[in-house]
Structures are given as structure tokens and as C-alpha cells.
Design a protein around this ligand. Structure first.
Ligand code: FES
Length: 169
């Protein structure tokens, strides 16, 4: 198990289909339509990296209209929303886009990550981003300059996490 990159918001859209069940046909086509509307909205706003939209199976609500979605991270009033229609797509994506400060911090993080990786590769050619997440596996990374650069990266990531926590995204 290891930490992996995460979006600012991840929306899971039920597009489950079932036949001959007392629970009904599932979100099915309604879920597909909602999924398409959300993907269009995210693409239109240019925030594909920030807002991930994923189709999923039954989320346990099985509404008679619209579809069910689960939102991560959870946001009030509930992490699960039912009866969601394609017309709700804009509202679901609202507030999920980074503001100017967060975009600046994201750019700083990318710059610093590149610097940390470049330094690591000078010490041991061929290292990957995944490798440098486990620096103790590579004695070559016992270098004060590399550790300083890696510490700066951790600091930038901490600021970004604090900002996101403050915004609730
Ligand atoms: S089929 Fe969509 S929530 Fe159950």
C-alpha cells in the first residue's frame, strides 16, 4: 500500500443496470446521462485533473428518478446524493476548481517535484518518482542537498493540504 495522487474532488456516478429485480432497473441510462454531463462540464471548465468522474455500480439508494452519486471528499449535506440529474452537473463541479492561490501552489509543487527528481537522478541515475518516495531504499539519497529539496517539497504539499482542508475540498 502507498499514497497515490488524488484529485481535489472525485465523483462516483452510479450507472448500474439490473433486470427483473424488485429494486427496479437501477440508475442505468440516467446514470450514463449524468456521467456524460459531468464529464462535459469538467472538460468545459478545464479541470480534468482536479475533478475526476467515475462510473460505478449500485450505491445502495436506487432512486426512481435521476441517479445516485458519491462525492469524495465528503461535503455537506451528505457524501451521497440521490435523484441527481444532468442539469445538476454545474452545481456539482462548482467550488471544486482551484483558485488562483492554489493554482500557484500547484505550479510550485510541480517545479519542486521536478527539482527533487532531477537531483535524485544525479545521485543515482534512473530513479523514478515512486522510488524517491522511499528514499531509505536508496543509500545514494543520503545527501543533505537532496533532503533539503525534498523537505521544501513536503512543505509546499503541506500548505496545499491545509488550504484544501480550509476550503473543504
Ligand atoms: S442502482 Fe444506482 S444507486 Fe442503486
Amino acid at each position: 500500500m502507498r499514497p497515490a495522487p488524488a484529485p481535489r474532488v472525485h465523483l462516483f456516478v452510479c450507472a448500474n443496470r439490473r433486470e427483473g429485480s424488485t429494486l427496479g432497473p437501477g440508475c442505468g441510462d440516467r446514470g450514463e446521462a449524468l456521467y456524460a454531463a459531468l464529464k462535459d462540464e469538467v472538460a468545459r471548465r478545464g479541470c480534468i485533473q482536479d475533478v475526476w468522474v467515475t462510473k460505478t455500480q449500485c450505491l445502495g439508494i436506487c432512486p426512481k428518478r435521476g441517479a445516485t452519486i458519491a462525492r469524495w471528499p465528503a461535503a455537506p449535506p451528505s457524501p451521497i446524493l440521490a435523484d441527481v440529474e444532468p442539469g445538476d452537473a454545474a452545481a456539482l463541479v462548482d467550488g471544486a476548481e482551484p483558485d488562483a492561490i492554489e493554482r500557484e501552489i500547484d505550479a510550485l509543487e510541480e517545479l519542486q517535484r521536478t527539482k527533487v527528481l532531477d537531483l535524485a537522478r544525479r545521485l543515482k541515475p534512473g530513479l523514478t518518482l515512486e522510488d524517491i518516495q522511499n528514499p531509505h531504499d536508496f543509500p545514494e539519497l543520503a545527501d543533505p542537498d537532496w533532503h533539503y529539496a525534498d523537505g521544501v517539497l513536503t512543505g509546499i504539499q503541506s500548505v496545499r493540504s491545509a488550504l484544501r482542508a480550509r476550503r473543504g475540498t
